[in-house]
Ligand binder design. Sequence first.
Ligand SMILES: [Zn+2]
Length: 286
Amino acid sequence: MPELPEVEALAGYLRQRAVGRRVDRLEVAAINALKTYEPAPAAAAGRTVTDARRHGKFLDLVLDDDLHLVVHLARAGWLHYRESFPSALPLRPGKGPIAVRVRLDDGSGFDLTEAGTQKKLAAYLVTDPAAVPGVAKLGPDALAADLPTFAERVRSRRGQVKGVLTDQAVLAGVGNAYSDEILHAAKLSPFALTDRLTDEQVADLHAATRRVLGDAVSRSLGQKAAELKSEKRSGLTVHARTGLPCPACGDTVREVSFADSSLQYCPTCQTGGKPLADRRLSRIIR
Ligand SMILES: [Zn+2]
């Protein structure tokens, strides 16, 4: 799932490549992906791309400063920039991976695609990004928040730090992958309770958040558009590395179920050497 660094890189690429170009056509192939009906997609035609922004994990293509194509890529969505399209014919609604196509006046443009059968990609054409419910409820940006803001937000929600850090209403932009990385960098158990964190632990968590997200943004921005792939993240230490050695200490990275997914962590770095109990698994064994 694309998170803050990947969406930031996509916005950065669109700022370089698409700003100043006029939209020829906004085509919607996956009818269910477009969550708004007014303004209609035809309203985008003839407008100029004036900016590309990020709100948490949402991408926002700004047209003439007052029309926004806001996109949430969900788990399997991505943006593919095309220097040209094979056909000038409009996309036909169907079952293919392309959900939305934006054609620009120089013949280039991009496709918003979604792999798999679970279609969760969501696009909104709005005059104000705050009209998108997911954007309206976002907390402060995880990368931009200063320590007092970060501490106030994390402590505003009592719960396991893994869940609190990925709650978009607490802080915007962090998902399953980068929360694993941040908690490893901060040497915190993913199950630590936010109301029991010391001031020092919160400060370490804040520093780790800035460092991990900042490094990932730098790596993503350094890639060419064709190499921008959400599923091929580089530089991860624990996420999606179950069974491999922790780069910091050499212990074996472990996995435990969490919410509707799983998380990865290093016992030596994060939980005093003790593996976390997998509640889903122990229930099955019992
Ligand atoms: Zn370790």
